[in-house]
Design a protein around this ligand. Structure first.
Ligand SMILES: [Zn+2]
Length: 380
């Protein structure tokens, strides 16, 4: 079902011609960008739409030739009628051919004018969404009340991203399931400041080497982990499901962001989420990061399943003091009720390692959200 590029067939062309050029351009761009596994391009409706359009062309062509048909019918010559039909079909083919050429030109031109930024060609982190759907019953509810006004101006199939049409300011309007991105009051990331220093219980990390796979979700590089890793915090146990990266770090500490951040997404039996953030700064090469990069897929939405294991203890810095606050997922649907644990001591990765990620995702950080008086605790 995934179609990375729109094929220029007659159906598409005729369908597109029926719409305005602006809409055509958006739809074409979308088709090239959107290969999200959770929202695959629906080929069937496209085909039926295109089919309808093709019929219309043939109908209108038939109409325009009605007069000549009448003349030939006067002669009641079956042969002539058949010849006429052949001619009509030929005309339609020639017309379609002309349209195809014109559309190809227009498409090339629109691509030249506005090459899509790399971040927009990619799609959303599926596992995060899966986790969200468990903890966010509202995600599946009918359309929210905020889907009005200028939301109607956004083409239906715009996909969320970090810039352009699907940029963070529009996430809540792209899909009613993302309403929290707009209306939520405990969103992430935030600038961590004005903390209260208290004695925080250490997070207990129970990590061990497990099997893993690496997926390019279209929004980030994500590592899905086999069972066996967990943390215990505030008396509850949460299993580590996956971790992924943002560049630059989404969270700020007193206004400062870091080169990157790794978000380790944990979930308990009730679907409650704890994200442990590992801040990343430039320095020495990091072996675990190298393991992940070694297994990066060549294509978006592809998964690499290495034969070895990964030991998540390696990503943890020595000092595990942390900041903690209540927030949300930082990607649509921006589900709230997420406990954030931001480890204070950053880890180091090399400039080369940062550059490798940067080639795929030069910027995949949601802007800072209003902390709105939320309590932020910090280990003493
Ligand atoms: Zn994240």
């Amino acid at each position: 079902m995934r179609s990375h590029f729109p094929s220029i067939n007659l159906a598409t062309i005729v369908c597109t011609l029926g719409l305005s050029l602006v809409v055509m351009s958006a739809a074409t761009t979308h088709a090239a960008e959107d290969s999200s596994p959770s929202k695959p391009i629906k080929e069937a409706p496209e085909k039926s739409k295109s089919g309808e359009a093709s019929d219309n062309v043939i109908k209108s062509k038939s109409k325009s030739s009605e007069k000549s048909s009448e003349k030939s019918s006067e002669k009641s010559n079956a042969k002539a009628a058949a010849a006429q039909r052949d001619k009509e079909e030929l005309d339609a083919d020639v017309l379609a051919d002309k349209i195809a050429k014109k559309m190809a030109e227009l498409r090339k031109e629109s691509e030249r004018k506005a090459p899509p930024p790399p971040a927009m060609r990619r799609s959303e982190p599926k596992p995060v969404q899966r986790a969200a759907s468990i903890t966010n019953p509202s995600a599946g509810q009918p359309h929210g009340s905020n889907l009005a006004g200028d939301a109607m101006l956004i083409p239906h199939d715009v996909h969320w991203s970090y810039e352009g049409e699907g940029s963070p300011l529009r996430w809540g309007k792209i899909d009613p399931a993302n309403a929290k991105c707009d209306t939520g009051e405990r969103q992430s990331p935030i600038d961590i400041r004005d903390t209260i220093r208290v004695d925080l219980e250490p997070v207990q990390f129970d990590y061990k080497p497990v099997r893993f796979n690496v997926i390019d979700t279209g929004h980030t590089i994500q590592v899905n982990l086999g069972a066996g890793n967990s943390i215990t915090i505030l008396g509850r146990r949460y299993d580590l499901m996956q971790f992924h990266f943002h560049k630059p770090s989404e969270e700020r500490i007193n206004g400062r962001n870091y080169e990157m951040v790794a978000h380790m997404v944990h979930k308990d039996v009730d679907g409650k989420i704890v994200v442990v953030a590992i801040l990343i700064e430039q320095g020495k090469a990091h072996s675990l990061i190298q393991t992940v990069w070694n297994n990066m897929p060549l294509e978006k939405n592809d998964t690499v399943q290495p034969s070895g294991t990964i030991d998540m203890n390696q990503i943890l810095p020595k000092d595990r003091q942390y900041f903690t606050y209540m927030g949300s997922l930082t990607t649509p649907p921006c589900t709230e009720g997420v406990l954030w644990v931001v480890i204070k001591e950053p880890i180091e990765v090399s400039q080369d390692q940062i550059s490798i990620f940067s080639r795929l995702y030069p910027m995949n950080a949601r802007p800072i959200q209003n902390s709105a008086g939320r309590l932020i605790k910090e280990s003493n």
